[in-house]
Design a protein around this ligand. Structure first.
Ligand code: SF4
Length: 310
């Protein structure tokens, strides 16, 4: 079956990147809350990736569009400044090392102004690359990896089909940082449901502290229709937390975690309330903002349900 270009799903900070697909789907398609659940991982032919890079360079240097190249390439390329590339899809780091190296070499050759390449990665993808390989990728400008941690609680990780445990995620994070690649992680408020809310938050603070990433983002659980978790909610087997309980989890995470130098935020569209700042410096201010909202419990202070997004 030929490779189908995936729709663009990317971290908010990659808004000005060129989106270059290496894969579609996710190698760990078992997370019960995720829209990649059940997706089939496909690796794109290296030759096609290189052809797209050539076409992109031709367009950016001479303004020439080739009829054999997808219109999406030119639509994305039009506003692109040649500096950042985001490799799609759900975990592009699964792309085998020799091919990934060749893609990065080709990008560097064609775009001398290239500053940073980013990709989503599972902990397993990271652990399958050796420290030496990660360093080579870093030298070729792989500058940031985005890893979904979701929770620090082993039981919750197992329950949601994350496919890796606490220690593997800590080890993967360490390996990324040792290679000099920036590490951005996400956790999901509400993933333990009502019953395990506090345990989830405390364990998540613990794993964040241990990973000590450069960027940490909190998302709030959003039920994706058709996923096993959405079915569990419908059948009364999983009890989602309320918006204010999600802020309480955020408060526990913030209070109980410590970082060397981390930009922590809950700016993602799934959240009911946004906080952001550099930790540890801005912790007090951020805790104050949360305390204000939690003390009032006024729904008007929250992002309305209709304005939330995945
Ligand atoms: S590893 Fe990430 S992208 Fe893949 S299914 Fe799990 S949450 Fe989704």
């Amino acid at each position: 079956m030929s490779f189908v270009r995936p729709e663009i799903i990317r971290p908010p900070s990659e808004w000005r990147s060129y989106y270059l697909p290496l894969t579609s789907g996710c190698s760990n398609n078992t997370c019960t809350f995720c829209n990649y659940y059940g997706s089939k991982l496909r690796l794109r032919e290296l030759e096609d990736v290189l052809k797209e890079i050539d076409a992109l360079a031709l367009f950016k240097t001479k303004g020439i569009c080739l009829p054999s190249i997808s219109y999406v390439v030119y639509a994305v390329a039009r506003g692109w400044d040649g500096r950042r590339v985001f490799l799609q899809d759900g975990d592009a780091l699964v792309y085998p090392f020799p091919r990934l190296k060749e893609v990065l070499e080709h990008l560097n050759e064609k775009f001398p102004s290239l500053e940073r390449v980013g990709a989503y990665a599972t902990a397993r993808d990271i652990l399958q690359k050796s420290p030496a390989e990660l360093k080579i990728l870093k030298e070729l400008k792989l500058g940031i990896l985005y890893m979904g941690v979701e929770s620090g609680d082993e039981e919750i990780l197992r329950r949601v089909g994350k496919g890796v445990n606490y220690r593997q995620m800590v080890e993967a994070g360490r390996r990324v940082k040792e290679a000099g690649i920036a590490l951005s992680v996400t956790v999901i408020l509400g993933l333990g449901g009502v019953e395990d809310s506090e345990r989830h938050a405390l364990a998540t603070a613990e794993i964040l502290t241990e990973i000590d990433p450069d960027y940490a983002g909190a998302l709030t659980l959003t039920l994706v229709p058709g996923t096993p978790l959405a079915v569990q909610v419908r059948e009364g087997l999983f009890h989602p937390i309320t918006p204010f309980q999600s802020l309480e989890e955020l408060r526990i995470i913030l209070e109980n975690s410590s970082f060397t130098h981390c930009f922590f935020s809950s700016m993602h569209a799934s959240n009911y309330f946004s906080i952001k700042g550099w930790l540890p410096g801005e912790k007090e201010r951020m805790m104050g903002e949360l305390a204000y909202v939690l003390a009032r419990k006024d729904p008007r202070l929250l992002r309305p349900e209709y304005a939330r997004g995945l």
